[in-house]
Design a protein around this ligand. Structure first.
Ligand code: HSE
Length: 372
């Protein structure tokens, strides 16, 4: 029986992964072993079956006994443990949600509804390291997969509206703390029908600039504001989040001629749903109905939203999409720049398709591969 080790199952991505695995009845036909970095011997998660006490996630010997290791523990763990396992000559499969190994030559970035053939070729050629992509990139590809596959995208600019969850669990809490502080500061004005929006705005702005607003994690107000910077700077003037758009898209798709992908990444006050506005330059003037069919037919999770107000505000928002696997694409139209320029907008749950779901699915793909 295969032995699969899970590390980092308690964190935010890990717990969404556990939830999804439970919902899809993914436990079974293999021996699940849960690891910990802090509670060796403790009790593992309730997965509806008996499991052994938690094992030490830094014990290379125990890890080496696994056929597959699935980790959502983060980059520091990967940096420390992965090379030690390789040195030991471990020949199992490493499945990772952290970015550390993404750009390695001997790793594949997984997003199987989009790059199943790349994954299958990797498995056949003996690649053992499978890494989840950056959430923004994965969600863009889930949304636009049909158009990418057509070969008609010359370049693409993505302007993002990224949720607090992408920065971490503590950031989600801080966002709501900021909202709550703003609500407290303005309560008397909201309750008084005679107060004006200008007065209210002055009160909110004062609170946003006050040292009392909690900003330890974001470093700035996000509620009632936004932060046009995500991750660290690169020499190109891009942020690392923006750099990943080009690097990861082309690695995921294994493009022969790299497709330029660039834009500005912005943090906004959504909880766990990343949105993106696209400018797409096509290499030919495709009619909108053809583009729509390509997008719609790409896979079962993409949903085309008509470019109408009612449908857009109902279906194309973080409020509508959060917690679901649906990736809606809408606001589809030709742009004034010319018939080869197309606008589109999409939303997607950053913790599902942006993180846990590709990991859950590659685990099952590897299990099937090993059972063939
Ligand atoms: N880096 C992303 C963000 C999330 O900050 O939103 C992880 O892919």
């Amino acid at each position: 029986m295969l032995r699969i080790g899970f590390v980092g199952w308690r964190g935010m991505v890990g717990s969404v992964l556990m939830e999804r695995m439970f919902a899809e009845h993914d436990f079974g036909n293999y021996e699940p072993i849960f690891f910990t970095t802090s509670n060796v011997g403790g009790k593992g998660p309730d997965i509806g079956q008996e499991i052994p006490p938690l094992k030490d996630a830094y014990n290379i010997e125990t890890l080496s006994e696994m056929d597959i290791i699935v980790t959502c523990q983060g980059g520091d763990f990967t940096k420390r443990v992965y090379p030690e396992l390789q040195e030991e000559g471990w020949s199992g499969y490493w499945i990772d949600s952290a970015s550390t190994l993404r750009m390695n030559d001997d790793s594949i970035i997984v997003l199987d509804p989009v790059n199943k053939s790349v994954i299958e070729a990797g498995l056949s050629s003996g690649i053992k390291t499978y890494v989840g992509g950056n959430c923004t990139v994965s969600l863009m590809l889930m949304a636009l997969s049909g158009l990418f596959a057509s070969g008609h995208i010359e370049w693409i600019s993505s302007m993002t509206y990224q949720a607090a969850s992408g920065a971490g669990a503590k950031n989600m809490i801080e966002l709501v703390q900021q909202m709550s502080a703003l609500a407290d500061a303005s309560k008397d004005l909201i309750d008084n029908p005679a107060s004006s929006a200008i007065e209210l705005d002055a009160r909110i702005t004062q609170k946003l600039r006050s040292p009392a607003l909690p900003v330890a994690h974001f470093g700035a107000p996000l509620a009632a504001s936004l932060i046009p910077w995500i991750d660290r700077p690169m020499d190109s003037g891009q942020t690392r989040e923006e750099w990943k758009g080009y690097a990861e898209t082309n690695k995921i798709l294994q493009t022969e001629k790299p497709i330029p992908v660039d834009g500005l990444c912005v943090r906004i006050g959504a909880m766990r749903c990343h949105s993106q506005g696209f400018t797409i330059k096509l290499n030919k003037d495709l009619p909108l109905d053809e583009i729509s069919s390509m997008l719609r037919e790409a896979h079962e999770w993409v949903e085309l939203v008509p470019n109408e107000r009612a449908a857009t505000i109902k279906d194309l928002t973080p409020a509508a999409v959060s917690g679901t696997l649906t990736v809606p694409v809408g606001r589809l139209r030709k742009m004034l720049m010319g018939p080869e320029y197309v606008a589109a907008f999409s939303c997607g749950d950053q913790l599902l398709w942006g993180a846990a779901e590709p990991i859950r699915r590659i685990m099952n793909i590897v299990i099937n591969h090993l059972s063939d």
